[in-house]
Design a protein around this ligand. Structure first.
Ligand code: PLP
Ligand code: COI
Length: 366
């Protein structure tokens, strides 16, 4: 089994010219999301027959790629999104990183890519955090967003699984995912596009899923909304998820509904954690199909009192307004509801090591 292979030793290459301290500190004052990057990166290569080799932690730099590299033609690529946090005592934490490692391998299997030993995934992440530990933003809600990814690097134009791959981890200091830092976002219901079909790659975290979401997401933005929500591809009726977040619906009677994992949505680690936290609260949680018509009806009747989206990048964000080709509706007061706010406090408190971690989700790094 690949997971029992010994962990590779990382070859450390000193950075000849890291970003000067003053420039870094200035950049970290307003990190935003996804535009600022740290000094280092990890790379590990895979060759069929040889397995994973040449693990390196070194300066972040462009990756040489043959123009025939399979990823550029057939999109054999997967990624993960996870965050490292600095707690009030200065200690660094990761939240359920083994779940990211496991999901990475599930995505790899779906995309006919090689398994990456989980301990190699985790040690790569640790190496990068250690090298870039000065890159944690001090801003409210700040974290170091980690982006492990793998792509087919073999130069070959035939359509078959590649025989060479590269695993890379980069890091990006992060503040709020939504530019406005909005307390509640507005969602556009896509009528003309689906994100994933039964039997497709919806449950894998592969780049192609996100490419497919860009036109409907642009449509949402053009119409003045923050995000697009996708309906199922078969009946165009059931709510699936946003382009990068899962959804939860909070009812007046205290019960909570979230769409089930049927293979077309991403099994979010935040989603899974919130299901546990809701059960801890004694709330009735149903993983159940929920239709767009029911959503509108429940919002209008007041049966639905809160709705929120969740994911690593977006944390927990209230959905205030929903709009589609046939009109729009508001959820509750249109602002973040009580349960949404409470869950956000609990989740971020656990992630940062500020409150008790009854489920053993947090890995302390030093
Ligand atoms: N759904 C999609 C399509 C995503 O890209 C993400 C983000 O990773 C999520 C849901 C939430 O997953 P997680 O909570 O593991 O970040
Ligand atoms: C994440 O939440 O980590 C993701 O990968 C979502 C992405 C769309 C930013």
């Amino acid at each position: 089994m690949a997971n029992s292979a010994p962990t590779l030793q990382f070859n450390a290459i000193a950075h000849p010219a890291p970003v000067p301290g003053e420039t870094r500190v200035e950049a970290l004052r307003n990190p935003g999301f996804g535009t600022l990057f740290t000094d280092h990166m990890v790379t590990v290569d895979y060759t069929e027959g040889r397995g994973w080799h040449d693990a390196t932690i070194g300066p972040r730099q462009p990756i040489p790629l043959d123009p025939a590299a399979a990823v550029l033609h057939y999109a054999q690529e997967i990624f993960e999104g996870m965050k490292a946090y600095r707690g009030p005592d200065g200690g660094l934490t990761l939240f359920r990183p083994e779940e990211n490692a496991a999901r990475f391998n599930r995505s790899a299997a779906r995309m006919a890519m090689p398994e990456l030993p989980e301990d190699l995934f985790l040690s790569a992440v640790r190496e990068l955090i250690a090298a870039d530990r000065d890159w944690f933003p001090e801003v409210e809600g700040g974290s170091l967003y980690l982006r492990p990814f793998m792509f087919a690097s073999e130069a070959f134009l035939g359509v078959r699984p590649a025989r060479e791959y590269k695993f890379v981890v980069i890091a990006s200091p992060a503040g709020n995912y939504f530019k406005s830092g909005a307390p509640a976002v507005s969602i556009w219901v896509s009528r003309d596009y689906a994100r994933a079909a039964p039997g497709g790659t919806g449950a894998a975290k592969c780049g192609g899923n996100y490419a497919a979401s860009l036109v409907p997401q642009a449509e949402a933005i053009e119409r003045g909304h923050d995000q697009v929500v996708f309906l199922d591809a078969a009946e165009h009726k059931w709510i699936e998820e946003l382009g990068g977040m899962n959804l939860f619906f909070v009812m007046e009677d205290g019960s909570v509904v979230t769409p089930p994992l049927t293979g077309t949505i991403l099994p979010g680690i935040t989603r899974d954690s919130l299901i546990t936290l809701l059960k801890d609260e004694g709330l009735r949680l149903r993983e159940e199909k929920y239709s767009i018509d029911q959503w509108r009806e429940d919002a209008n009747s007041g049966r639905l009192v809160e709705c929120f989206a969740c994911g690593t990048a977006a944390v927990i964000t209230a959905v205030g307004k929903v709009a589609g080709h046939d009109g729009e509706f508001t959820i509750g007061s249109g602002a973040a509801g009580q349960l949404t706010q409470k869950l956000r406090r609990t989740l971020t408190g656990i992630q940062r090591g500020e409150i008790a971690d009854p489920h053993g989700w947090v890995t302390r790094l030093d």
